[in-house]
Write a protein that binds this ligand. Sequence first.
Ligand SMILES: C[S@@+](CC[C@H](N)C(=O)[O-])C[C@H]1O[C@@H](n2cnc3c(N)ncnc32)[C@H](O)[C@@H]1O
Length: 286
Amino acid sequence: MGRVLTRSEPVSTTMEREFELTDKDFKFIQWFIHKTVGIYLSDRKKTMVYGRVSRLLRKRGLKRFSDFKSIIESDEQERVHFINSLTTNKTEFFREYHHFEFIEKVMAKEWQERHCEEIRIWSAGCSTGQEPYSLVSSLYRSGVLDWCPSVRIVATDLDTNVLSVAQQGIYPGGVLESIPKPYLKPCFVKGRGAQQGNIKIAKGLQQLIQFRQLNLLEQWNFNEKFDLISCRNVMIYFDKETQQHLLKRFHQQLNPNGILLIGHSESVGASSEIFHHLGHTIYVKR
Ligand SMILES: C[S@@+](CC[C@H](N)C(=O)[O-])C[C@H]1O[C@@H](n2cnc3c(N)ncnc32)[C@H](O)[C@@H]1O
């Protein structure tokens, strides 16, 4: 005969879990991630968090998140691994292509008419690098690199793992599908030997990008302003207050007439007073 559950025994609705992550642990993770990097993890993210935290616990031979918590609190490196594990890094080359069309067809012309001696671009939340490499390819294709004496892209992300991929600029051949043909030959190089099957961004273009680890919530310490900031599909993970605070800081960090690009499901909300919408999630500093 089957065993009868008494009232005090919890009814297990899911399969037996390998690791212990209590509601209190999850609340701590929500609070900690929001406080340090601005990311809002809703209650619906608990399964995702469990999956990612489990990998870290398994590697360290731990069984309970509470044992890991004290490690995170005292060890900076472990804290970085923990934060890295909870970021979402989805990206691709020429994602939201209308932004690149806008740079090539509108901005390239405008910058040339203004005789810009230098152009500064910031890819904020660049993940594994496809965004800044697409930006530099657009600058190449539109001829900006031919006439502007000084072009630089600063590409930053919080996550140190994705940044090291970005810095290398080597991708599996499968990404070719997302790169429109006209950019392929001039901007990318096919790998040979050990790199057979991979592709790499052309060296001359890669040199124009400076990668840096940066938490958007902390001090930025730039000694320059930007003509264009691309912060796409990053603010979507932040709460409204953090988004508005960040938008004000982007505004201050832009040159007059500076452009802000955001992701397709993001908006500037109350910051429409300081950013004029040109359409298609493209904004100009008021
Ligand atoms: C979904 S990816 C977007 C990548 C790219 N911008 C795109 O649209 O394809 C979001 C990136 O934002 C980064 N991120 C999240 N919070 C951040 C923060 N507080 N400071 C800097 N980067 C952050 C993540 O590490 C991740 O790589």
